[in-house]
Each structure stands twice: as C-alpha cells, then as structure tokens.
Write a protein that binds this ligand. Structure first.
Ligand code: VGL
Ligand code: ZN
Length: 193
C-alpha cells in the first residue's frame, strides 16, 4: 500500500452516464465495468469523509458535437434525458458535487474544468490532489486530467476505473501515455491503503 488518503484529496468521477455504457447511444466498450471499481474508490473516500465530484456530459439537443450540427458524435447525453443519467449502479454519495459540462450549443467541452466551477470548488476545499477515473479515457478523462495538472493539482489517473471509446484502436493507450507524460501518476485501487 503506497498511498494513504488524506484531507486535500478529492475523487473526480468522469461521465459515468448511461449513453456511454453498453446499450447507450455512444457506448464505450466495457464502459460499465468501471462502475463497481469506482464504487470501491467512493467507499474509500467516503470512509474518510473526503469529497467526491461527478462530472456529466449535459448537452442541449442541438449541441455542436452531434453529427447533425457538424460534430463527430451521435446524439448523446442530452440534458434531462435517460441517456444522460448516471449509471444506475453508480453509488454516488448524496454529498457528491455534480458538475455539468458542455451545456452550451456552440461549444464542446471534454474537460470537467472547462466552463464549470470545478476548480474553484476544489480550491475552496483546499484540495491539492485529485483522483480521476471514468469515461472516456481518450476524451473526457484525458482532458480533465490535463486541465487538473495545468491548474496545479497533483493528479492520480485511475487505470482500473477508466475505459476509452477508441475511435482509432490505440487512442486510449496514447491518451494514457499523454497523461503520464504530462505528469499524472497511474494507479489502481490496490495502491490505496
Ligand atoms: C465524451 C465524446 C463525446 C466523454 C463526451 O465523456 O469522454 N466523449 N462527449
Ligand atoms: Zn459529449
């Protein structure tokens, strides 16, 4: 056990929504397999009363990322629809901070920090280290990790609790390399005491 959780730590669960899981409109292969692992991370944070944030893709129905509006994606995570709901087995604590992103028709936002109050919420809580996992490794997880690093946080990427879309087969591997190269540390749950 190399890592001990302490105050100044926060967990960021990225976009674990129905549309990104098998059966959803933009299904990430094995996307639902992150759910039980993230539940275990949330247990560990909960036991120490540490903050948990959950980002969600929360698009208007005419969002620029959708093919009909010039984007590359099928319609997904339209705000207030079933597809935008968190996975039903994700056990978010009632105290979790919900961060809705990419809510403006004309703007894409893959990072949980982009156009949100996530950074100021973390700073108010005096968080210095963030643990980031979820969907999708090669888009929203990657961009959230890179922005967290730019904002000055120490970042632990949850290897065992993230899956990628892999539009190109190597995308997730490349995303992981990019995150580690930028200074993130990759961990699995066994490394937390
Ligand atoms: C995402 C593609 C489009 C993500 C969001 O959450 O990674 N990917 N919108
Ligand atoms: Zn999206």
């Amino acid at each position: 056990m190399k890592l001990k959780l302490s105050k100044a730590d926060a967990l960021i669960v990225v976009d674990v929504q129905r549309d990104f899981c098998p059966g959803g409109s933009l299904a990430v292969p094995e996307g639902d397999t992150v759910v039980p692992v993230l539940n275990r991370y949330m247990d560990k944070f909960g036991l120490k009363y540490l903050p948990v944030f959950a980002t969600r893709d929360w698009h208007p129905e005419n969002h620029i990322s959708f093919k009909a509006y010039g984007g590359i994606w099928p319609v997904h995570c339209v705000k207030e629809t079933d597809g935008a709901k968190f996975h039903p087995e994700l056990k978010l604590p009632g105290s979790a901070g919900i961060v809705s992103k990419a809510t403006t028709p004309g703007k894409e936002a893959y990072s949980g920090f982009q156009g949100t109050r996530l950074k100021s919420m973390l700073q108010r809580l005096k968080v210095r280290r963030v643990f980031v996992g979820g969907l999708a490794t090669d888009y929203c997880v990657k961009n959230t990790v890179l922005d967290a690093l730019k904002a000055g946080f120490t970042v632990l990427f949850l290897r065992d609790a993230s899956r990628g879309v892999n539009v190109h087969p190597q995308d997730s591997e490349l995303a992981v390399e990019q995150m580690l190269e930028a200074g993130a540390l990759g961990i699995t749950i066994e490394e937390i005491g």
